[in-house]
Ligand binder design. Sequence first.
Ligand SMILES: O=C(O)CCC(=O)C(=O)O
Length: 306
Amino acid sequence: MAIFKRPRTTKEPIPPAKPAFTWGPSFDPDSDEVQAAWHQDGYIIVKGLLQSDEVRRLDEAVTQDGGIAAHSYGRSDGMGRQTRLALWNHPGNDVTGMIARVPKVARTMESLLGGEVYHYHSKLMMKDARTGGAHLWHQDFGYWSQNGCVYPDMATVFIPLDKMDAGNAGLRVLRGSHRCGLLPHHVTGSQAEADPKRRRWAEQSGLPEVQLEMEPGDALFFHCLLLHASGQNSSDRRRWCFLVGFNRADNNPMIEHHHPQYTPLAIVSNEAIKDSATPLVDPSGKDFMNPGDDKSVAKYAEHGFH
Ligand SMILES: O=C(O)CCC(=O)C(=O)O
């Protein structure tokens, strides 16, 4: 009897990346184009989400004396350098808080995640010129699933403050990898790294690595299962970015941990970022992480770093 060797079946190759969108009155996060890009690629880029005067306010808010950067701390990248970040749990009422609370950010997230969202935490990631550390390949849900968040109904908006490209260790993503499910993660340095073998398999199956190029104020909305990474910044250009992580309201974490349980998000008008009544920085109510504080250190050790 003849034995037929069956060809290996493979998925259709992922279609080309969807083009970036541009912020403006015609941008509709519920449109078929936006939804198709989100589901296919695991991310969308919205160019010019923040206007130049809003980016300027954001930059002042992080760099001014006593600003957000004053709350930063370092984490080893396991390769001899540190990544520096500041992290806080509640948006608050200042410029960074308003960015998390305006419809062009929060309502867009709700459309992408398919339901009401709340603020899970915000971060300033600081890849300084010549010294900035790497971010190993990971899925954010690799951390967040350890925090009692059961469903991957979570996502981040990532807004560079500086022009970002390969030269200053810009973010890389494995396009479409949000469909691979949660990969095992292990601790490298003080970061959670996705199993390199599983990541390689995802790549070999046809998912392309994409080097993102973004201007200050462009926004990347990305799914919590999307694999992403960035290298060490050996260039003489700073590469800082502001990130806000959101969780769906019906995905309330099963345990109390170092990030908030469901807390309703008070949405404000898109004008609030540049409204002169909005303070550049007001730390009250933001609940900054302080790794020097024993209580936070114990919580970090238990649940991971972000
Ligand atoms: O800023 C970067 O390069 C990566 C940040 C990141 O991966 C994260 O915060 O999860």
